[in-house]
Design a binder for this molecule. Structure first.
Ligand code: GCU
Length: 680
């Protein structure tokens, strides 16, 4: 059934005869140089794909004397067949890199898939299968690649009762109740999907953590998952609740400098490693949105993180400490709080600590400028946190491809530590020089049959994996890969779907929060517009962020306002301080602008804003029109699924536009331009 369960691993029948013949040949004589659990996985993947591609059995040879066509093994296992220069080339690809291509053995041409470790070989095998599925496999070409970021990680915000914070695709796939005895086959398919993208770490539990996960009976359940994921190259992390020593250790404090607290964590960690010898470590949200942390005891983030890091270090574990910290008790622009707390601690964190920073300083808004912590510290490991689940970007009813948004962030110049540094060159260590590197994505996965609720949510999972592997890869080429793997490589289908995807993020920004507006959504559920939201915590209201009044709109974060802008490099401060120089997409993020301010187009701010909102709706209408042209060119099941959701998206786009424009009009007092559909 075309229900999306297979993700990008559906291994559809190869129609093209030359490719069929070549692949058929390779699958008729496969030799593995050794036996291990990872190679077993590759064999299963070959078996499955040979059936799908060719309706044929993959033939595994038990000796090397047979008629082998496809050789699979590590560089050292294959060393007798590789020349010295080839060995050196492969060695340079590191632990997780792979090389695949043709080789001559005793005058006979064979095809090899190799790497420096079985996991490298696994990645090479998935790449090989992917190239076949995309119709791009070339028997004579050499392909190699290696990841640029060490920890490529999914963060599940999954609660132990299986609800998922900000999850829109059903319940958590972790069935804690039935573990450890029952293994849901879905765990394996999940691991396959991740490994096929090179994702090598997963944090299983919500950052708003429940200390129970650290109980031994839960660790026995986690162990089952860790054992399953290990041959796929995936390490398991857990979220650690900072107050666990009080909640489960019967202590009166969780003060990181208290020796009983330190002993509690050391014992816990030891117990975990007895069950899971390669446990990844802890992900921690501390002193943010009411979560406990070291500040309760007058200690700082470094003292908190290092205490956990010391417990984990003997076993090779890491602490991933989040920079998403803010408190309503601090009377300061929320935008500034992370830098204020973390910059003074530069150089104070242990080596196995990495600070996980959201892409922007507020909270995964439809568009944010990059977080000012990137580039502001140079002796602290910094990792990226993207949100794959579409909390603020249409949840599971809207098609919004996030690749372009992530690409925009990764490509932005930070001007620090080097003059040409970008966010990507900081987080991959190439400019920052940091040894531990990380890209994390908040998962959009749940129990829905198609995993992600909206079929196109799969594209965001896919794009995240690709960008974590290579933060320089462009969103468009990733979209094209995903489409080919999901819908096939027929040209018109490919280009139509690609257009829809590539326009979708800008459209959502336009109908939700154009020109640097942010945090306008409904309170708490964050679904739909709520620019009028006020009352309660100032930093959870909308008025705090848009500051609309009869004069104008926008948050002055320049030196005449909160000066959050001052946390960026001087080059950026200079350019963005000037409302005529700053990219218009960030204008109202940093400036309070009069309604009749003249924009680059010659129009006033008010007119321009109405046009942005309207154009977002127009693009949503276009997207649906273009999708409808594909009727009959793909299966009905997926066609209707997406088609219905696009109608919902149009409704929601109008809802956003109308609500925001009618509300802002109460401040601007100006009419709507004739060329837009009148909000009502
Ligand atoms: C957002 C989100 C919360 C989440 C938080 C976080 O604020 O709405 O549900 O807990 O981010 O990243 O910790």
């Amino acid at each position: 059934a075309k229900d999306g369960y297979q993700l990008w691993l559906s291994y559809e029948k190869i129609e093209e005869s030359k490719l069929r013949q070549e692949v058929g040949q390779l699958f008729s004589g496969i030799y593995f140089f050794a036996q291990n659990p990872t190679y077993d996985i590759i064999k299963e993947e070959f078996t499955r794909s040979a059936e799908g591609f060719l309706d044929q059995k993959a033939n595994f040879l038990s000796t090397r004397d047979g008629d082998f066509k496809l050789l699979v093994g590590t560089r050292s296992e294959l060393s007798q067949y590789l020349g010295l220069s080839q060995q050196a080339e492969i060695k340079n690809l590191g632990e997780e890199g792979y090389w695949r291509g043709p080789l001559e053995i005793n005058g006979k041409k064979v095809y090899i898939i190799t790497g420096n470790s079985p996991i490298g070989v696994l990645y090479g095998s998935f790449d090989f299968l992917k190239s076949i599925q995309m119709g791009e496999f070339d028997l004579n070409a050499e392909n190699s690649d290696q990841p640029k970021v060490q920890l490529r990680m999914l963060n599940h915000w999954d609660n132990l009762d299986r609800t998922v914070e900000r999850g829109y695709a059903g319940f958590s796939i972790w069935d804690w109740h039935k573990l450890p005895g029952y293994i849901d086959p879905r765990y394996i398919d999940y691991a396959r999907a991740n490994a096929s993208l090179g994702i090598n770490a997963v944090s299983l539990t919500n950052v708003n953590a429940n200390a129970w996960i650290l109980r031994e009976d839960f660790i026995e359940k986690v162990k089952v998952l860790a054992d399953l994921f290990r041959p796929y190259g995936i390490k398991v992390y857990l979220t650690a609740r900072f107050s666990a020593p009080i909640e489960m250790g019967n202590l009166e404090t969780a003060d990181p400098l208290d020796s009983d607290v330190q002993a509690f964590w050391k014992e816990r960690v030891q117990m975990i490693y007895q069950h899971i010898p390669d446990f990844g470590g802890f992900l921690v949200k501390a002193n943010s949105e009411g979560q406990p942390g070291p500040h309760e005891y007058g200690r700082n983030h470094a003292e908190g993180a290092n205490m956990l890091a010391e417990a984990l270090a003997p076993f090779g574990g890491n602490v991933i400490w989040r920079a998403f910290v803010y408190s309503h008790e601090i009377d300061e622009d929320r935008h500034k709080q992370a830098n204020l707390e973390f910059e003074p601690l530069d150089g104070k964190f242990l080596e196995n600590v990495i600070i996980q920073v959201k892409n922007g300083a507020i909270d995964f808004q439809p568009r944010e400028p990059f977080h000012p912590l990137f580039g502001a510290v140079d002796e602290t490991n910094l990792g990226m946190e993207f949100q794959i689940t579409q909390e603020y970007l249409g949840q599971a009813t809207q098609l919004v491809y996030l690749g372009p948004m992530w690409e925009e962030i990764l490509n932005t110049k930070t001007y620090r530590p080097g003059p040409s540094s970008t966010v990507a060159s900081i987080i991959d260590g190439s400019d920052s020089g940091q040894k531990l590197t990380l890209m994390a994505g908040v998962s959009n996965i749940g129990t829905d049959r198609n995993w992600t609720g909206h079929l196109f949510g799969q594209a965001n999972w896919y794009a995240f994996g690709k960008m974590a592997w290579n933060p320089y890869q462009d969103a468009e080429s990733i979209a094209s890969e995903w489409i080919k793997l999901t819908f096939g490589h027929e040209q018109t289908l490919l280009s139509s779907i690609q257009n829809i995807m590539m326009e979708s993020h800008e459209a959502a920004v336009n109908y939700m929060t154009p020109m640097g507006l942010h945090h306008l959504m409904g309170r708490s559920h964050h679904y739909g517009p709520g620019p009028w939201v006020e009352g309660g915590r100032a930093d959870w209201t909308s008025l705090y962020y848009h500051k609309a009044d009869s004069q104008g709109i926008g948050f002055d974060r320049t030196s005449s306002g909160s000066n959050a802008l001052g946390q960026y490099a001087p080059e950026i401060v200079k350019e963005w301080s000037d409302p005529t120089q700053i990219p218009e997409k960030y204008l109202l993020w940093f400036h309070h602008i009069p309604w009749d301010f003249q924009m680059k187009s010659g129009k006033t701010l008010w007119e321009e804003m109405t046009l942005h909102y309207d154009s977002g709706v127009k693009t949503a209408l276009e997207m649906k029109k273009n999708w409808q042209k594909l009727e009959g060119q793909l299966d009905e099941e997926r066609f209707h699924h997406v088609n219905q959701l696009l109608s919902v998206q149009i409704e929601e786009a109008r809802w956003w536009r109308n609500a925001c424009l009618l509300y802002f009009q109460t401040f601007s007092g100006k009419p709507f331009p004739d060329e837009i559909e009148k909000p009502e």
